[in-house]
Design a protein around this ligand. Sequence first.
Ligand code: PLP
Length: 366
Amino acid sequence: MSILLNPGPVNLSERVRQALLQPDLCHREPEFALLQNSIRRRLLEIYALPEDEWAAILLTGSGTAAMESMLTSLVPEDGKVLIIENGVYGERLSEIARIHRMEHVSLHHDWGEKIQTDRLMEILQSINNITHVAVVHHETTTGRLNDLAVIARLCRSYEIQLLVDGVSSFGAEAFNFTNWNISACAATANKCLHGVPGTSFVIVRRDALGKSNTTCHRTLYLDLPTYLKNQDANGTPYTQSVQTLYALAEALLEHEEEGGWQTRHQTYWRRMDIVRDGLQTLGIQPLMAREECSCVLNAFHLPDGMSYETLHDKLKEAGFVIYAGQGGLARSLFRISCMGAITEQDMQRFVNVMKSLLSNKIVLPR
Ligand SMILES: *Cc1c(COP(=O)(O)O)cnc(C)c1O
């Protein structure tokens, strides 16, 4: 079996894989309600969020479903959202707003660029009817971890609600839901939580969702108020992916037993440092300084004279799946993620394979 160094889906632990095999279950039976309730509670417990103020809403769909439901359900008809872009996922938020004809402005940066808070402040000062800011926490395009604390401080001073795409950071990076004045955060089962793909979720501040709950719904299937009402009443509006929830429940148990997000954060960094340090000795440079990166994924410059395709295929033969840069970055970068049931030995072996690939390359006649 390959070691997956792509940013989700991840290698499953044996216990999560086995959890998929639990008995067939109807989503209208009380056993399902128990399963759903325990997952909703555990998701809040990761960041110690009280159940009376916060809710985890479970959706069947990938992370993008959670992003789309968050934007369309939290920003009311008369609202206006400022979307910060510095990679693919920020631009995806803008596309969602465009498709749903939401009032929005986009603060664009080149991919990987640090968010310019002075430009953000200028916009917040000059456009006075912005109700929400939407931003990606970890921009998986480049591995940059955006500084939510600074953005949150600005939003708070203008009484603007903050919507976060935490799809590739929830469960492994710090989230200060209360201090950062977050109204909602979209995330998924199959990245830092090590579940299987198919379930995503939105953590919402209950009163923020209440405020947006106008009579006008932008979407049927992704409408969070509908899900919240049903899930609070032990139900679900539509069929959930039952087996995926079995796996997520087990993955959350494992996450907690291992020591929660803090332990996962440290574990990922230990893995990533093996890769960063190892590749550095081979002359392969990371795209960004360590303190600008998430623990989840880092991007690296391709070795001189080697295309991504060649590197990918040779590594795959050796049992490792890496990830290309997106869009124009595909020619210059590759990405390595540290999520999933893998080990430090796997990372060391990856570095060793890279070393032998590069030394073979050098002796090969051109
Ligand atoms: C993976 C990811 C998503 C969602 O992608 P899906 O393919 O829909 O799961 C959204 N935002 C970020 C930051 C991501 O890394």
